[in-house]
Structure formats: structure tokens, C-alpha cells
Design a protein around this ligand. Structure first.
Ligand code: HEC
Length: 313
């Protein structure tokens, strides 16, 4: 009896141990043809931004914040995307691993579209030492030739142009300024905040302020299902914050990307004579049924009272 019990405990333990060890010892093989696949999606600020939000939704729970090595303690460990080990993979390898999954790593073949998977790779590459095509996106304020505030003091105007990319509802602000010989040049490193106009004030979009990249771009994803007006129109605003908010430049855009607001006349619907809402049949039947029974009973009583013969004195 005791040996059977021991066997029950020991066998699953042994199985788990061998399983775990077996996994750690086998490197994840990617077919040679898949390794060399190039990222077909062109990098841009918007793509990286999209990749970031997808990473945060689908990957962060296990792989942690890139650069913080705070992934889940699984076996084998989900590697930090900023780590050398992770960055040593080719784009094709990352894509293949997302497609197929292994062990605790889920298979994302049908969960995330191909374009979105490549966007995640663009985002993850922004953490690599070896700069990839996405490095144009990463702009530190101090690497800029001229900060926006200096430009403004020199009397150089900044122009903000807001537009929406319909394909993925990215709201993109393009900032330009004037170069030395009067030609328009991108205004990089300028803080831009996005808003959507509401009844009471402006609702900020995205997380905090964005900084324009070397192309003078800043982007934020427009959330789906934002309530618009009756035609689904939204009033979108981008504001470039210049000179600590003193000389802001902004642009406004009307776009039919909201959920149309359905106006309802509550008094019409709920009045006694209103025809917009008809009571459910069961209520009508119960109501008239009860009415019939009550009045029927009263009528029956009255009838019977009338039948009583008067007793002659
Ligand atoms: C449920 C937890 C989990 C989630 C969610 C997850 N992963 Fe993983 N990931 C793992 C584990 C565990 C491994 C190690 C698998 C192995 O080697 O067998 C791994 C491995 C990887 C690898 C190979 C890394 C290497 O160093 O070999 C890549 C690439 C990867 N994941 C990308 C992603 C991406 C991109 C996402 C989001 C779309 C994601 N993972 C979501 C758990 C997860």
C-alpha cells in the first residue's frame, strides 16, 4: 500500500522534472528558411507605437517590461526583449516563434495579425543595442540639433498638421519648421498632446505627451467606439507644447471615426400615448385578464344581489 502511494507521488514528480529539464536543454530550433525572413512592414513612429500597445496587451504579462528583466519565473524563462539573448535572434526567428509557440509560450498565429506581429518586432527592436531600421524613431531630446524652444525664440514658426491614417486609425501630428534657407524641415523633439473634444473640456488621448521623432511625427492611436455626434463626427485636437505651454500651436480635425450618438426623446417614448415602445404581450394579457376577473366578479355579485326576492312585509 505504502509503495503504491509513493509511486503515485514520485511518478508525476519525475515526469515534471524530466519535462522541465528536457525543455531547458533543447534550444528552440527555427528552420533556416524562416530565420532569414525580413520584416516586410516599414518602421515608423506609428508602427512602433502600435507594436508597443500590442506588446503590452499580449506579451508583457510574461516577458515583463523590456529592460527590467521582470518576466514571469517560468521554466524556461520568457526572456526580456531588451536582453542580449533576445536581441541576438533575427526578426525572422522572432516571427516564427510567435507563430508557433512552445511550452508556456502561446501560439500567436491566429491571435495577432501578421502586420501586427511585425509591428511588435519593430517595437522590441527599439531596445536593441544594434540599431535596426526602427532607430529613426528613437529620439532623445538632447540629441536634437536645436530644441523647439530655441527655434521659437529665434522667431522661427512651428507648423502643426494633424491628420488621421484611416488604415489603423492612427492620429498623426506632423510638425514642420523653417530651415536656414527658408525650406520646411521636420521639427523633432517637440512635445505634442492629443485630445478629443467633449462637452466639458478636452479628453486627453494616449499616455501623456508624445515627442516628435526625427521626421517631426508624433502619433497616438484613436480608441475605437469613442462616442461622436449624431453623424459619428469627432473633433480631434493636437497641441504642440512650446515654451512651457506659453506659445502652443494646435490643429483641429473633424473625422467621422466616432460612434454615432443616437438621440432619444425620452418623453415621447415613455408617455402614455407614446407609440415608440409597446408593452410586452404578457403584461397586456395579465393586465386585461386581471381587469376582467375583477369586473366580472363585481358584475356577478351585482347580478346575484338583484336576483334576491324582496320579502313582502
Ligand atoms: C504565457 C506567457 C507568455 C506570453 C503571453 C508570451 N510569451 Fe514569449 N515566451 C514565453 C516562454 C515561457 C518562452 C520560452 C519558451 C521556450 O524556450 O520554450 C517564451 C519565448 C519567447 C521567444 C523566444 C525568446 C528566446 O530568447 O528564445 C520570443 C521571441 C517570444 N517569446 C516572443 C513573445 C511575444 C512577441 C509575445 C507577445 C505577442 C510573447 N512572447 C508572449 C512565455 C510567454
Amino acid at each position: 500500500m505504502k509503495t503504491i502511494f509513493q509511486l503515485f507521488v514520485a511518478l508525476p514528480l519525475l515526469w515534471t522534472a524530466s519535462h522541465v529539464m528536457g525543455q531547458t536543454t533543447t534550444p528552440w530550433q527555427v528552420p533556416a528558411a524562416k530565420k532569414t525572413v525580413k520584416n516586410p512592414v516599414a518602421a515608423s513612429a506609428a508602427v512602433v507605437e502600435k507594436g508597443k500597445s500590442l506588446y503590452n496587451t499580449h506579451c508583457k504579462s510574461c516577458h515583463g517590461d523590456p529592460g527590467k528583466n521582470n518576466g514571469l519565473p517560468l521554466q524556461p524563462k520568457p526572456t526580456d526583449p531588451a536582453s542580449a539573448q533576445y536581441q541576438a535572434q533575427t526578426d525572422g526567428e522572432m516571427f516564427y516563434k510567435m507563430m508557433t509557440g512552445r511550452g508556456a509560450m502561446p501560439k500567436f498565429a491566429d491571435v495577432i495579425s501578421e502586420t501586427d506581429k511585425w509591428s511588435i518586432i519593430h517595437y522590441v527592436r527599439t531596445f536593441g543595442k544594434k540599431k535596426s531600421s526602427a532607430d529613426a524613431i528613437e529620439v532623445e531630446a538632447d540629441t536634437l540639433a536645436m530644441p523647439a524652444s530655441t527655434l521659437l525664440q529665434a522667431g522661427v514658426p512651428i507648423q502643426l498638421n494633424l491628420h488621421i491614417r484611416e488604415r489603423d486609425t492612427m492620429l498623426i501630428a506632423t510638425l514642420t519648421t523653417v530651415g536656414a534657407s527658408g525650406e520646411p524641415v521636420p521639427a523633432a523633439g517637440v512635445e505634442v498632446a492629443f485630445f478629443v473634444k467633449r462637452y466639458f473640456g478636452d479628453l486627453p488621448l494616449g499616455e501623456g505627451v508624445q515627442r516628435t521623432d526625427v521626421n517631426g511625427w508624433a502619433a497616438v492611436e484613436l480608441p475605437v467606439n469613442l462616442p461622436g455626434d449624431t453623424a459619428g463626427m469627432l473633433t480631434l485636437i493636437a497641441k504642440a507644447i512650446i515654451n512651457d505651454g506659453i506659445d502652443n500651436v494646435s490643429d483641429t480635425l473633424q473625422a467621422a471615426f466616432g460612434k454615432p450618438l443616437v438621440m432619444r426623446n425620452i418623453t415621447e417614448e415613455r408617455s402614455l400615448w407614446g407609440r415608440a415602445r409597446v408593452a410586452p404581450l404578457y403584461i397586456i394579457i395579465t393586465f386585461f385578464g386581471a381587469l376582467l376577473i375583477v369586473w366580472g366578479t363585481m358584475g356577478y355579485v351585482v347580478m346575484n344581489v338583484l336576483k334576491i326576492n324582496r320579502q313582502e312585509a
